[in-house]
Design a protein around this ligand. Structure first.
Ligand SMILES: NC(=O)c1ccc[n+]([C@@H]2O[C@H](COP(=O)([O-])OP(=O)(O)OC[C@H]3O[C@@H](n4cnc5c(N)ncnc54)[C@H](O)[C@@H]3O)[C@@H](O)[C@H]2O)c1
Ligand SMILES: [Zn+2]
Length: 365
């Protein structure tokens, strides 16, 4: 399956959803890589699982392949790792027409994209995302970057990939918790843009949990279409792209205060429930819809409450989030299931009500 994404100007890139790496060669043809070098960037886990088959599928596609592997984990998404990668590229004499290829989750994709954006003022890169989160979210849209000290994604650039190639079979080796983390973003996609997609998710929990190929294909392509639609209309986040931040304002605060012991998608689930709570307070959602949203997250093994944090501290951290405009928090709410909007008038009282709700211990069964 192929989705075309407009890069702006006249160029576009393809998103391929495939059951293996076999069609990568064909997908690379338009990039004219035959005389080029490709550096595969992977982390220690994805290298062990997929570097070999990926290399085999690249045979004959390019002049030379090299690899750069770094330790898995968010704590290595740093400028130090980028520096090591630059060194590799310089030693191996990569020039402006050569390519990087990111094999891994969002950490590998963000870091590789950033190196590609900056090495020799920008070279091409290909995303080969292997986590659910990276397939439906981080590999599309051109946001790249690394963390700086305790600040997440503090240094970065917009740099579009030349191709996104997803081998959906790689999702089979993904640990349960990482899979659930991706589901957080997927459910969010339904909530902000597409009620029918959201309903489909409520009805196909078993096939998805079993990671059946057809269900994964429908779901990953559904989410990619939504992300593509939003990003194409608003590539630099002036308007509707901020809908994608639904659940992220309070979610990020929780993520930070929990010192990144929760997965990103888990925090998105908690933050989404908080945002849905405010939407219900304002009369946009019914009480039943709020409860159903919680149930959907829970069915996909995501938390909807957080323990051990003081509501006041979450409020404080929420207001420090970078999604502020002229001192006003830009908060994404739901007008209804399947349609989001940005509210700039959310008051502390509402935020605190929502935060208290997600800190409550009793979850409705
Ligand atoms: N650029 C964007 O628009 C964007 C959007 C959302 C998130 N992000 C970033 O993405 C990152 C999170 O991405 P992630 O959740 O993919 O984390 P990740 O890249 O750290 O991957 C999670 C873990 O799964 C392992 N893994 C990857 N693929 C696997 C597979 N197929 N089988 C088994 N294990 C596998 C990884 O080695 C890692 O240990 C964060 O740094 C976040 O800031 C970026
Ligand atoms: Zn997110």
């Amino acid at each position: 399956m192929k989705i075309k994404v407009n890069k702006g100007k006249s160029t576009e890139y393809s998103i391929c959803l495939e059951p293996d790496f076999e069609n990568l060669k064909k997908a690379l043809e338009p990039l004219e890589t035959k005389e080029r070098k490709i550096c595969i960037v992977a982390d220690s886990i994805t290298a062990g699982l997929y570097l070999q088959p990926l290399k085999e599928s690249l045979e004959g596609c390019c002049r030379q392949i090299s690899q750069f592997v770094f330790q898995a984990g968010e704590k290595h998404k740093t400028l130090d790792t980028v520096k090591d990668l630059y060194e590799h590229l310089i030693l191996e004499k990569y020039d402006r027409k050569d390519l990087l290829m990111a094999l891994g989750g969002g950490v590998v994709g963000d870091l590789t994209g950033f190196a590609a954006a900056t090495y020799l003022r920008g070279i091409r890169f290909v995303q080969v995302p292997t986590t659910l989160l990276s397939q439906v979210d981080s590999s599309i849209g051109g946001k790249t970057g690394v963390d700086f000290d305790a600040y997440k994604n503090m240094v970065g650039a917009f740099h579009m990939p030349s191709l996104v190639y997803m081998n959906l079979e790689t999702l089979k080796s993904l640990p349960e918790r990482q899979f659930a983390s991706g589901m957080g973003e997927i459910i969010k996609h339904g909530l902000i843009q597409d009620n029918a997609y959201y309903q489909w998710l409520t009805e196909h929990g078993q096939e998805i949990a079993d990671r059946e190929y057809d269900a994964l294909l429908y779901m990953v392509s559904g989410s990619c279409q939504i992300k593509k639609h939003v990003v194409e209309q608003d590539p630099t986040e002036q308007g509707i792209r901020s809908w994608l931040n639904f659940g992220h304002t309070i979610g990020h605060a929780v993520e930070k205060l929990k010192e990144f012991t929760l997965c990103h998608g888990e925090c998105v689930a908690i933050g989404s429930v908080a945002a849905a709570w405010i939407s219900r307070e304002r009369g946009y959602l019914t009480g039943d819809e709020l409860l159903q949203i919680e149930k959907v997250f829970q069915n996909y093994h995501l938390p909807v409450r957080v323990g051990g944090l003081e509501p006041d501290r979450i409020l404080e951290a929420t207001k420090l989030d970078k999604k502020m405009e002229a001192g006003k928090i830009k908060f994404v709410l739901l007008k209804r299931i399947g349609e989001a909007f940005v509210a700039k008038d959310v008051e502390d009282r509402e935020l605190l009500g929502a935060i208290r709700y997600i800190c409550e211990e009793n979850v409705h069964e």
